[in-house]
Design a protein around this ligand. Structure first.
Ligand code: C5P
Length: 237
C-alpha cells in the first residue's frame, strides 16, 4: 500500500489517496482545536489515542452489524478506510443534556433524555454549523426522506451499542457526533469516534473524560485521553 497525494486536511486529521482504488489513508494528527478553531494546540500522542479508540469503536460497531468505512490500522495513528462520498451533516445523539443543548435551551446540564435526542447540524465552519430540521435537510437536497430515516436509525443503533459498552466501563455516554457518507446507495459511518467527538462522564464522580477537559481547561487533557483510551481498548473487562 503506497501513500498518495493529500486529499483533504481537516482540523485534526489528514486524508491521503492510496494506490488502491477506493481506499484512503486517514492520519490522526496531534492537533486539538475547540470553539470553531478559536482555541488550538498540538498535544504529543493525542492523534494516537484518538486513532486507537476510533478503530476499537468502529470494530465494535461492525461486530454489531453497523456499516462503517473502517478497514484496518496501518500503524498507531493511521488507518485505511473505504472512500465515501461524505454527507455534510453532523449527526449528534444526546442521552443527557449538556454542552450547547443546556446553553441554548432551558434544560439543566445532567438531565437524562429518554428517548435520546438527535440533532443534525449542517457541516460548514463558515456558517458555524447551523442546526437543521427534517424539512431543511430535504429542501437543501442533502438526503432523501428514506436516506434521512436510515441515518437516524443508524445513529440510534450506534447509540445503543455505545451506551451499553460505556456502561460496562462505568462511563456515561452523554452525547456524541458522527458523520455519514455514501458508497453507491449504501450509507455508512465515516470520520471518527473518539474523545474529541464524544462527551463522556465518569458514572460515579461525574469527571469529564473527553475534549471538555481541553475546552474548559479542566485538567491534564493527555492524562485523561491516555487513561480513557486504555480503558476503552481493554474492552470493558
Ligand atoms: O457542543 P455540543 O454540546 O453541541 O456537542 C455535542 C457533542 O458533539 C459533543 O460530544 C461534541 O464533542 C460533539 N461535537 C463534535 N464536533 C462538532 C460539534 C460537536 O464532535 N463540530
Amino acid at each position: 500500500m503506497q501513500k498518495g497525494d493529500l486529499l483533504y486536511a481537516g482540523k485534526a486529521k489528514s486524508v491521503f489517496l492510496t494506490d488502491r482504488e477506493g481506499i484512503l489513508l486517514v492520519e490522526f494528527r496531534d492537533d486539538i482545536t475547540a470553539f470553531d478553531g478559536g482555541k488550538k494546540d498540538i498535544l504529543d500522542k493525542k492523534g494516537c489515542f484518538n486513532a486507537k479508540v476510533s478503530a476499537y469503536i468502529f470494530r465494535l460497531l461492525t461486530e454489531n452489524g453497523i456499516p462503517t468505512h473502517f478497514i484496518d490500522m496501518v500503524d498507531d495513528r493511521r488507518m485505511l478506510v473505504r472512500s465515501l462520498s461524505m454527507i455534510p451533516l453532523e449527526v449528534i445523539v444526546r442521552n443527557v443534556a449538556a454542552g450547547s443543548m443546556s446553553r441554548t435551551y432551558p434544560i439543566a446540564e445532567g438531565t437524562p433524555l429518554s428517548p435520546p435526542v438527535i440533532v443534525i447540524d449542517y457541516k460548514d465552519d463558515s456558517r458555524h454549523d447551523p442546526m437543521l430540521n427534517d424539512d431543511l435537510i430535504l429542501a437543501l437536497k442533502l438526503l432523501s426522506a428514506q436516506e434521512l430515516a436510515r441515518v437516524k436509525d443508524l445513529a440510534l443503533a450506534v447509540n445503543s451499542v455505545l451506551v451499553r459498552f460505556f456502561e460496562s466501563l462505568g462511563i456515561t455516554l452523554v452525547d456524541f457526533k458522527i458523520e455519514f457518507g455514501k458508497a453507491g446507495e449504501d450509507i455508512m459511518l465515516g470520520d471518527e469516534i473518539s474523545m474529541d467527538s464524544m462527551r463522556l462522564w465518569d458514572m460515579h464522580t461525574g469527571e469529564s473524560l473527553d475534549k471538555d477537559v481541553y475546552r474548559f481547561s479542566k485538567g491534564d487533557v493527555m492524562e485523561v485521553y491516555r487513561r480513557v483510551a486504555e480503558k476503552i481498548c481493554a474492552g470493558g473487562k
